[in-house]
Design a binder for this molecule. Structure first.
Ligand SMILES: *[C@@H]1O[C@H](CO)[C@@H](O)[C@H](O)[C@H]1NC(C)=O
Ligand SMILES: *[C@@H]1O[C@H](CO)[C@@H](O)[C@H](O)[C@H]1NC(C)=O
Ligand SMILES: *[C@@H]1O[C@H](CO)[C@@H](O)[C@H](O)[C@H]1NC(C)=O
Ligand SMILES: *[C@@H]1O[C@H](CO)[C@@H](O)[C@H](O)[C@H]1NC(C)=O
Ligand SMILES: *[C@@H]1O[C@H](CO)[C@@H](O)[C@H](O)[C@H]1NC(C)=O
Length: 945
């Protein structure tokens, strides 16, 4: 296991053990009676059946079983009534012997590790006194009888089945299990329920707590006005419920906690509250990440006793009203990601209980002064980033707070590092990205506490060198990219797992510190780094993203390269690297992108690459590689979307296996020594067959949206794929639009034969360049069906015959080159072709005639009109094109890089969830490094699911 993973696991286990131990101690001290022999025997049998690697049951030996850890007896009768086996690291099957403890009232086997399972729950039928059952994180996949066994228990009042891998609930229960009406706590969160919420769940009027969060419930909320007379806690977050919020929910006078976040609730927040009871009880309200509209005042007037209000990621508009000052008990206010505008009222500075103030990602404007913070003594988390706010405080200001999280990205800070920051000695995260600072970094910033986790100073004009102490920094996530730092690259620090120094002017070679290095994400692109890549890089076992592109690196890649088994994306493009491409180890890794272009690599493509079956992008262009294009490329790299091998010395024919790459969108083999025919199967690239009408295009975007997951910054830094492509005759780097690009470029080879008819299948192909070959025959007559075509270059071949008139149907065509062939006859006119009336498109074809060429066709009068460009037509074409680019623009980017981190930290689903469950409960108390990003993570996860 890696060091990073170890750290997480150790932390988690330590935490679980502590809590576990506390539990065990508590129940021990309560028991005083001695135990019954029959129950002692049953317990010993149970012990024999449990897999107990942590040896938690070592005390289960002596006579008095009431003193055993996790066991608690009734202090009158001596019967065993309480068995707590939670958080003890048991695995294997829950022993059915448990069923012999018929007197049991409380059974808690929750939060063991994720391997504890039950294959059936028959044994439950003996436990008729059971009132409290906690099976959290027990794998019940195989217990098809779970529902019938559990809901038959007559005395059950607390039932926790969170994270049990459950899939379905019965849609109705008739009268079968009416005896469950004692049920007060029901927790079915973190399962895989994939249905509408069954109405009977909302008919259990005895419930005080109902947790259905993090499932796949969809559809509307059942309408059950008046049933929930006792409900205190309702958590439906992270499903895909898409009704409006039913007004009855706001009439449950006992409700203190309502969490409807991460759904698709739409419409307005219900505002008819005259009769609402909730206003005097509700303390926590989260409607985060829905589709709610409306203004803030409605809600602020109602809930006077709110402590937490989370409305982030909705479409709430208008300004923040001064009535916010009425929420006197407010401790956490999240309004991020809405459409709020106007200024931030000063009165916010009077909310003296406020700990979290999150106003990020709105359209707020105006000046934030110290008056906004007058009484915010308790403020810990301040996020005002991504607005148009100006932070203007008097120079000597000493804030009343000690912040842990300072997010001021995109705020205008007046050119220098704010002095008051110096007073903030407790911060964990500091984001001053894009704040127009053109200062040097003050020394105190580096001398700050060792607890800083995140430092983002990117996109400023910060000058100077990095300090000597940089290499010993403890910060975990450093982003200094897009600044004006200079000087030699400091020794790379060992602690961070993400370091982004891109787009500065660092010089000198790369050197790592001597310590063990945890880097997962290392971005040094666009600097002036020289020297070779040191073999010490192979110590970076966790390295997932490595981008040193656009520097002056030289020499060979270290041969130990194959030790980098965590790599997911490598970009070394645009350097002077040479030698052979080293073998890649892909048995463990998930290498998705490999870019080595524009270097001097020689030799053949290493056959070890065929194991890298996750590759999405291979860019080896502009090197000195030779040999054939390997047939295994088509056979093994089935995820490949972008293949760029241009400007090398590859020879031989194009292997037909390449057509098996059904995800391929970019095939760039230009400028090599390829011979033979175009493969007949070239029309098989199914991604390029997509017909680009708007709705399908949108779907296509969604498909990528999943792959392009942006999991927020704290835990998952972004990394965007980019790729240079020649379209319109010019090479440009594509990043955000890359997922939507389709390109075939086979130009400047020695290909012969005709253009295969199969090519016409590629209705989604936008750019086809076959120029500079020896192609013969006609241009396919029906070429006009390729409706997505924007660039078509068939120049410098030996094509003959007429130009098919259907060419004028290509309404997106903006670059056409048919020059230097043997084409003949009249140049077709009409539609799109009229906008391309440039002689260079057709020159070098001796027998072509008609405009725009000066040659008249036989029988024509003197040429009338280069004035055939109808203005109307042009505008229409322009509109369509703009629309298309609008669609392209919708994609936020092709982001990678997060997946490995995901893997490291969350390599087991239930492990991950158990972790978060624990954290959920103790959120306020456990404010440690690893937890910092969890709020974000949950938000992002919710958005995906
Ligand atoms: C038994 O336990 C209950 C609470 O569980 C306590 O109130 C009572 O005093 C105890 N009785 C004895 C004899 O310890
Ligand atoms: C739960 O059990 C099922 C069947 O035994 C198994 O396929 C699945 O992987 C288990 N889940 C976890 C997280 O171990
Ligand atoms: C269920 O409850 C009913 C009363 O509502 C009672 O008559 C019946 O005995 C109970 N059944 C069980 C199995 O406890
Ligand atoms: C909810 O989503 C379903 C599909 O998942 C859709 O059929 C239904 O119209 C949606 N309802 C509302 C109110 O948006
Ligand atoms: C805020 O936006 C609304 C539209 O949502 C607009 O009517 C209003 O004028 C804007 N207010 C300010 C202060 O910009």
């Amino acid at each position: 296991m890696s060091e990073y993973t170890k750290t997480c696991v150790v932390w988690l286990l330590w935490f679980l053990l502590c809590v576990g131990t506390i539990n065990l101690c508590l129940c021990n001290s309560l028991s005083s009676a001695t135990c019954w022999e029959i129950e002692r025997q049953a317990l010993l049998k149970l012990k024999a059946g449990l897999v107990d690697p942590a040896n938690q049951l070592s005390t289960w030996t002596d006579e008095d079983c009431c003193r055993w850890s996790g066991v608690s007896c009734d202090n009158q009768t001596g019967h065993l009534t309480y068995l707590n086996l939670s958080m003890s690291g048991f695995n294997g099957k829950i022993p059915p012997q448990l069923g012999n403890l018929s007197i049991l009232e409380i059974l808690d086997v929750g939060y063991n590790n994720w391997f504890l399972r039950a294959d059936d729950l028959q044994w439950l039928s003996g436990l008729l006194s059971l009132q409290h059952l906690d099976l959290t994180s027990v794998n019940l996949t195989k217990s098809s009888d779970w529902f019938h066994m559990i809901f038959r228990l007559p005395s059950l009042s607390v039932l926790k089945l969170s994270n049990c891998e459950l899939h379905s609930l019965p849609s109705s229960i008739k009268n079968l299990y009416a005896n469950s009406t004692r049920l007060s706590v029901l927790d079915l969160s973190y399962n895989d329920f994939d249905s509408e919420i069954p109405g009977w769940l909302f008919n259990i009027s005895s419930l005080t707590h109902l947790h259905l969060s993090r499932n796949h419930f969809y559809g509307p909320i059942p309408n059950v006005f008046g049933n929930f007379i006792k409900l205190e806690v309702l958590d439906l977050s992270s499903n895909t419920i898409n009704s409006t919020i039913p007004p009855w929910m706001f009439n449950i006078s006992s409700l203190t906690y309502l969490d409807l976040s991460f759904n698709n609730f739409n419409g307005q927040i219900p505002s008819a509250f005259e009769k609402s009871y909730i206003k005097d009880s509700l303390q926590i309200l989260s409607l985060r990440s829905n589709n709610l509209k409306g203004n803030l005042p409605d809600i602020l007037e109602q809930f006077r006793y709110l402590r937490t209000l989370d409305l982030s990621n909705n479409m709430i508009s208008g300004s923040i009203p001064a009535s916010i000052g009425r929420l006197l008990f407010l401790s956490k206010l999240y309004l991020t990601g809405n459409q709020l505008n106007g200024t931030v009222p000063n009165i916010i500075g009077q909310l003296s209980d406020l700990k979290v103030l999150d106003l990020a990602h709105n359209s707020l404007q105006g000046i934030i002064s110290e008056h906004h913070f007058t009484n915010l003594m308790k403020l810990e988390e301040l996020d005002m980033s991504s607005n148009s706010l100006v932070l203007n405080v008097t120079p000597g200001w000493v804030p009343p707070f000690h912040l842990k999280v300072i997010e001021l990205g995109s705020c205008h800070l007046g050119g220098y590092f704010p002095k008051w920051l110096h007073t903030q000695s407790k911060f964990i995260a500091l984001n001053l990205s894009n704040t127009r600072i053109s200062d040097t970094i003050p020394d105190w910033l580096w001398n700050l506490s060792s607890q800083v986790v995140l430092l983002d100073l990117s996109q400023n004009e910060i000058r100077g060198m990095l300090p000597m102490s940089f290499s010993s920094t403890d910060i975990e996530d450093i982003n200094l990219s897009y600044n004006k730092f200079e000087g030699s690259l400091p020794r790379l620090p060992s602690r961070p797992w993400s370091l982004d120094l891109a787009s500065n002017s660092f010089t000198g070679p790369i050197a790592f510190g001597n310590n063990e290095v945890f880097l997962i994400h290392l971005i040094l692109s666009n600097n002036k780094i020289n020297g070779s890549i040191p073999s010490s890089i192979c110590k970076l076992e966790e390295l997932a993203v490595l981008d040193i592109s656009n520097n002056q690196l030289s020499g060979e890649l270290p041969t130990c390269w194959k030790n980098l088994t965590s790599l997911m994306a490598v970009n070394l493009a645009n350097n002077n690297l040479s030698g052979e491409i080293p073998n890649l180890m892909c048995h463990y890794s998930d290498l998705k992108a490999l870019r080595l272009s524009n270097n001097s690599f020689s030799g053949e493509i290493p056959s070890s690459m065929k194991n890298c079956t996750s590759l999405v992008m291979v860019d080896l262009g502009q090197n000195k590689l030779h040999g054939n294009i390997p047939t295994w490329m088509g056979e093994s790299l089935s995820s490949l979307v972008f293949l760029r091998l241009r400007s090398n010395f590859f020879g031989g024919t194009i292997p037909p296996q390449i057509c098996e790459l059904s995800s391929l969108q970019v095939l760039d083999l230009a400028d090599n020594n390829l011979i033979g025919h175009l493969p007949e199967c070239i029309g098989n690239f199914s991604k390029m067959i997509v017909n680009p009408n708007a709705s399908q295009r949108a779907l296509y975007i969604m498909e990528y949206g999943v792959l392009a997951g942006d999991f927020g910054r704290y835990i998952f830094p972004k990394y965007k794929y980019s790729l240079p492509l020649v379209r319109d005759g010019e090479e440009r780097e594509y990043t955000n639009n890359l997922p939507l690009v389709t390109n075939i470029d086979l130009s400047d080879n020695s290909l012969v034969g005709e253009i295969p008819e199969g090519l016409l299948n590629l209705l989604g192909l936008q750019c086809l360049n076959l120029s500079g070959n020896y192609l013969t025959g006609n241009i396919p007559l029906k070429i006009g069906v390729m409706q997505s075509m924007m660039t078509l270059d068939l120049s410098r071949n030996e094509l003959s015959g007429q130009i098919p008139p259907s060419l004028s149907n290509l309404s997106f065509l903006n670059h056409l080159n048919l020059s230097f062939n043997n084409l003949s006859g009249r140049i077709p006119t009409g539609s799109q072709l009229q906008t391309l009336n440039d002689t260079s498109v057709y020159m070098g074809n001796s027998y072509l005639c008609g405009p725009p060429l000066p040659q008249e066709c036989p029988g024509d009068g003197p040429s009338q009109s280069p004035s055939f460009t109808s203005k109307e037509n042009e505008d229409e074409g322009g509109d369509i094109q703009e629309m298309l680019w609008l669609y392209l623009g919708i994609v936020s980017g092709f982001i990678l890089g997060c997946w490995m981190v995901w893997g490291v930290l969350f390599f087991k689903r239930s492990w991950r969830i158990a972790y978060f469950l624990v954290v959920d409960d103790l959120y306020d108390k456990v404010y440690v490094t690893s937890v910092l990003g969890i709020r974000r993570w949950k938000e992002m996860k919710g958005r995906r699911t």
